[in-house]
Design a protein around this ligand. Structure first.
Ligand SMILES: [Zn+2]
Length: 285
């Protein structure tokens, strides 16, 4: 829903063209019209351009983020929507909260906003399933089909959990199982593992209730309906006092966002963006 301004795209295209030409040793790239007026016409300048291009590993990628639940809950929460496996499901639930009353939907939205900023700085186009934390958000089935409608390469749904056992803490990842298409299988598991690796790297603990932190579920519309690599991240337990403290702090939320962004960058490395859209086109052809 949000895009880079055209002049930013133009500058990036010029930068990557220059970097590619320079890397290939193509004569004439320097001093071309794209470098005019930018002071990039010399060798040192081309080096700077090259490092800028390297600093944007998600250039060309479209990432969907789904901040779970929503503010402004209404009666329509209970409305029945397709669950992606032939059954039905409530439009949404209200989500959990900390004992102090910090709502999960606000945590999810803030982490998504922070993650989006980090991903955009890495060159990605980021699309969110909801644009604010006040209005009622889309039902879970619309979130489930969001990634393909947005032509996204991947989607991360952001949640906090609220287990009854308040001694329980840690993150875990939910994927659709058994997978209903290729994207829901190994590519989604790889995305989940990449994000969990970065969460661990930033000092977060893994929920011990799930082997390898992976929860394989058949009942989650948000992952059942996706046609792109998708994971639902339960980042922490909001009823656990220690974890509630982290999740309620802006520093803590920034750290969650960093882990998600780093995980996406790591997952995307060595892959090409747009491959799932190509698969879709082939299937329709
Ligand atoms: Zn949730």
């Amino acid at each position: 829903m949000e895009q880079l301004p055209m002049r930013a795209i133009g500058a990036l295209a010029a930068a990557s063209t220059l970097a590619a030409a320079s890397a290939l040793g193509v004569a004439g790239a320097q001093g071309s019209e794209t470098s005019a007026g930018r002071g990039w016409g010399d060798e040192a300048g081309a080096g700077i351009v090259r490092s800028e291009a390297l600093g944007r590993p998600l250039q060309g990628w479209v990432i969907a983020l789904d901040p779970g639940h929503s503010g402004g809950n209404t009666a329509r929460l209970g409305r029945s929507v397709p669950d992606g496996r032939g059954g039905s499901k409530a439009c949404n639930t209200s989500g959990t909260a900390t004992a102090e009353g910090y709502a999960e939907h606000s945590f999810n939205f803030d982490v998504a906003r922070r993650t989006a900023k980090l991903l955009r700085a890495k060159g990605a186009v980021v699309k969110l399933t909801r644009s604010d934390d006040r209005a009622p958000g889309p039902c879970v089935d619309r979130r489930g089909t969001f990634a393909q409608r947005a032509h996204a390469d991947a989607m991360v749904s952001i949640h906090g959990d609220g287990s009854i056992d308040t001694s329980l803490r840690g993150y875990h990842a939910i994927v659709s199982s058994p997978p209903l298409n290729e994207a829901q299988g190994a590519p989604s598991v790889a995305l989940a593992k990449a994000i969990m690796r970065e969460l661990a790297g930033l000092g977060f603990v893994r929920n011990p209730n799930y082997a390898g932190g992976l929860s394989k579920r058949a009942d989650i519309a948000g992952v059942n309906l996706t046609e792109r690599p998708t994971v639902m991240m339960e980042l922490g337990e909001m009823r656990n006092p220690a974890e509630a403290g982290t999740m309620s702090s802006s520093r803590g939320r920034q750290r969650y966002a960093q882990a998600i962004a780093r995980g996406i960058v790591a997952w995307a490395a060595g892959q090409k963006p747009g491959t799932w859209d190509d698969v879709g086109k082939d299937r329709k052809a």
